[in-house]
Design a binder for this molecule. Structure first.
Ligand code: KG4
Ligand code: ZN
Length: 359
């Protein structure tokens, strides 16, 4: 089976081809990601209207490149997977309409895929992981811990009650005058910084809940920066390193608790896996912190390569492949959804990270 994946939910225009080899092993045949950094950097964040227009201008070419790189063409594609939510509605419409047009004109079935499901299942594409596993999903719009029991069976155990982890990186970068996109530039600055210099708050730590809160961290960084102003390069580096350390400690603290809950449910007789996914999971410090935690708890960490942690279409193609294998397909009147929780039964938390409108 060969699946074409399409992703346009935020500021990356992406297409990829995935499949399985004869023995059923996952295959990544191509992965093309065109970032819109240049279009948005003057505004310090993603501008939804500009994003939608840029997707429209680039998507056909990006799909062509993905097919070319995979040495295939539409005739040999068995299905199309496209992000149909959550995300910026203009971009979602561009991707979804393109997938529908290809589906109708070439007679290929297509499937609208939840972007978060793409992140959640990436480890099955990269590492062939079996269900169930524990997932830390840390992106620009979401910060959640989920128990991934099977395809379409995701139980949200924890969420941020305010800002997403990626939002803290992005807003801190803006505050410190670092270029867009925030996350990678905070990471770069942090390399020369002292992570012990500032002790930032870790809200909800030690409490019964698995939930997280990051808005206080954002405020504490702002207050510290205002106190120190004008900031030296070393101040900026130290603030970034201290942010990374605090974020890593909070995430490790909550994951440790979630791992204990997972063991209560599943026992410790077999190897248990913690998966990290989403853009923030490409951060080296966060990956190292999670790796330490897994060593302590005698779990295995699965962290997909950074390029498959940030937004990409391979993960969308893969989620579609798993669903096609179950005989699913979407109708041509499917609508995109700006909001679409992975666990529809979880209590909604007002104010928890919103994807989109990041300016
Ligand atoms: O998964 P993603 O590409 O898009 C969403 O689904 O939101 O995640 C984007 C987020 C942004 O907030 C970005 O700043 C953050 O991931 N990010 C990072 C790094 N690379 C991307 N955060 C920290 N360190 C990084 N290296
Ligand atoms: Zn994402």
């Amino acid at each position: 089976m060969r699946i074409l994946g399409i992703e346009t939910s935020c500021d990356e225009t992406a297409a990829a081809v995935v499949g399985r080899d004869r023995r059923g092993k996952p295959l990544l045949c191509s992965n093309v990601v065109l970032s819109q950094i240049d279009e948005h950097s003057a505004f310090g964040g993603v501008v939804p209207e500009i994003a939608a227009r840029a997707h429209l201008a680039a998507l056909d070419k990006v799909i062509e490149l993905a097919l070319e790189e995979a040495k295939t063409n539409l005739k040999d594609i068995d299905g199309i997977g496209v992000t149909s939510g959550p995300g910026l509605i203009g971009g979602l419409m561009v991707g979804l309409m393109t997938a529908k047009a290809l589906s109708a004109s070439c007679g290929i079935p297509y499937l609208g895929i939840n972007h978060l499901e793409g992140h959640a299942l990436t480890a099955r594409l990269t590492d062939g992981l079996d269900y169930p596993y524990l997932l830390l999903l840390v992106s620009g719009g979401h910060t959640q811990i989920l128990c991934v029991r099977g395809l379409g069976n995701y139980e949200r155990w924890a969420t941020t009650i305010d800002d997403a982890a990626g939002e803290v990186f992005d807003k801190t970068a803006k505050l410190l005058g670092l270029p867009f996109p925030g996350g990678p530039n905070v990471e770069k600055a942090a390399r020369k910084g002292d992570p012990q210099r500032f002790k930032f708050p870790m809200p909800l730590r030690g409490q019964d809940t698995l939930n997280m809160s990051f808005s206080g961290l954002k405020t504490a960084i702002r207050q510290q920066a205002e106190k120190l102003a004008p900031l030296s390069e070393q101040d900026i580096a130290d603030l970034c390193a201290s942010l990374e350390k605090t974020m890593g400690d909070v995430l490790a603290d909550r994951c440790a608790k979630a791992m204990a809950r997972f063991l209560e449910e599943h026992g410790s007789s077999q190897t248990n896996f913690l998966v990290v996914a989403g853009g923030v999971a490409s951060n080296t410090h966060i990956r190292e912190r999670m790796s330490e935690l897994c060593e302590e708890m005698q779990w295995r960490l699965t962290a997909p390569p950074a390029i498959l942690c940030t937004d990409n279409a391979a993960m969308i193609g893969w989620a579609a492949l798993e669903r096609f294998e179950q005989g699913e397909a979407s109708p041509l009147d499917l609508s995109p959804r700006a909001r679409w929780p992975l666990d529809a039964d979880a209590v909604s938390v007002i104010g928890s990270g919103r994807k989109g409108a990041r300016v």
